[in-house]
Unconditional design. Structure first.
Length: 296
C-alpha cells in the first residue's frame, strides 16, 4: 500500500512538472511570436519628432514609436506612454531573454534651450536625498493607482555632464515592491537647440556592468541634426527652458512648478518589470498580452 501511494505521488509530481514545463514552453512561444512581429531597424535612423539621428552600430537595433510602446505596455507591463518615440535594443540581449534583456527608451522634450550654466555647482548628494524623500511620498498615490511601491536606493552612477558634447548621464538604483532584483535606470540627456533628447536604459542591477559598458556607445551615436544642435542656439529668437541641468536629473520639470512635482510620473513611465524565475516570466505571458499588469 505504501509503495502504491508513493508511486501515485511520484506520478502526480511528474505530471505537475510536465504541465508546468508545457505551460512555460507555450508561453515562451507566445513571447517569441510577439517579438517576431516587431519591425527592427538598423543603420542611420531618423527620429523626426526630435530632429535627431541615431547612427547605430552592429550592437543595437531600433524600434519605432509604435513597436516601442507595444514592448513597454504588452511585454513589460508598463502604463501607456504616448511620448515614447522609439527604443534601442541590444543585439546581444534579445527581448526574448528573461534576465539578459534590456533596452533604451527614447523620448524628446521641446521645452526649449536648457542652460548648462549651473552644471558645475550642483550638490548631487543633497539632490539624491530630496529625490528619495519625494519618491517615498509618492508611494501612497502609486498604491492607490494599483502599482507597486518604489524606493530610490541611490546613484548607480553619479551624474556627469560633458560640456564639450552637451550630454548628461547618470544612473539610479530603484527597488520596486518586493522584487528581489533592483531595477537600473541609466539616463542620458542630449541637449539641443530647442530641447533635449532622453535615452533611458532600463535593466536589472545585475546588468550594471554591461549597461555601463554599452551606454557610452549610445552617447556617441546620438546627435541632433545640423541646425538643431546646442551650439546652434540663437538667444534672439529661440525659446529658453524654465529649468536647468539639475532639473533634468531630478525629474525633468519646470523649476517654478516645484522641482519634484512630476517625479511620480517620471518613475512610473520608465520602469521595466523584473519578474524572477523563467516559469514566472513566461507563464505570465498570457496576462501580459491579455490585460494590464499591476506592476509599476
Amino acid at each position: 500500500m505504501m509503495l502504491r501511494t508513493l508511486a501515485l505521488l511520484a506520478a502526480c509530481l511528474f505530471a505537475g512538472q510536465s504541465a508546468v514545463a508545457d505551460d512555460a514552453a507555450s508561453a515562451q512561444k507566445t513571447v517569441q511570436q510577439f517579438v517576431d512581429s516587431l519591425h527592427f531597424q538598423t543603420g542611420a535612423v531618423k527620429v523626426a519628432r526630435a530632429n535627431a539621428t541615431l547612427k547605430l552600430d552592429d550592437g543595437f537595433r531600433y524600434l519605432d514609436a509604435r513597436d516601442a510602446q507595444r514592448v513597454l505596455e504588452q511585454l513589460w507591463g508598463n502604463p501607456p506612454d504616448a511620448d515614447v518615440l522609439g527604443m534601442l535594443v541590444p543585439t546581444a540581449a534579445p527581448l526574448t531573454e528573461e534576465k539578459g534583456s534590456w533596452a533604451v527608451v527614447i523620448t524628446y522634450s521641446n521645452d526649449g534651450y536648457v542652460s548648462d550654466a549651473e552644471a558645475g555647482k550642483i550638490d548631487y548628494t543633497k539632490m539624491l536625498h530630496d529625490m528619495q524623500e519625494a519618491t517615498r511620498e509618492a508611494n501612497a498615490e502609486r498604491k492607490q493607482r494599483g502599482y507597486s511601491t518604489v524606493d530610490l536606493i541611490g546613484w548607480a552612477e553619479p551624474p556627469h555632464y560633458d560640456a564639450a558634447s552637451n550630454k548628461l548621464y547618470w544612473a539610479k538604483d530603484l527597488a520596486f515592491g518586493d522584487g528581489k532584483e533592483h531595477t537600473l535606470n541609466y539616463d542620458i540627456r542630449v541637449l539641443g537647440r530647442g530641447g533635449y533628447l532622453s535615452l533611458n536604459a532600463v535593466a536589472g542591477m545585475s546588468q550594471l556592468d554591461t549597461v555601463k559598458a554599452e551606454m557610452p556607445k549610445v552617447l556617441a551615436m546620438t546627435e541632433f541634426d545640423s541646425g538643431q544642435r546646442y551650439a546652434d542656439f540663437n538667444s534672439s529668437t529661440d525659446k529658453i527652458a524654465a529649468y536647468g541641468i539639475g532639473a533634468l536629473v531630478a525629474g525633468t520639470l519646470a523649476a517654478k512648478a516645484g522641482l519634484f512635482a512630476k517625479l511620480f510620473a517620471m518613475l512610473l513611465a520608465f520602469k521595466k518589470v523584473i519578474i524572477g524565475g523563467a516559469i514566472a516570466l513566461f507563464a505570465a505571458a498570457g496576462r501580459l498580452f491579455g490585460r494590464k499588469s499591476k506592476s509599476g
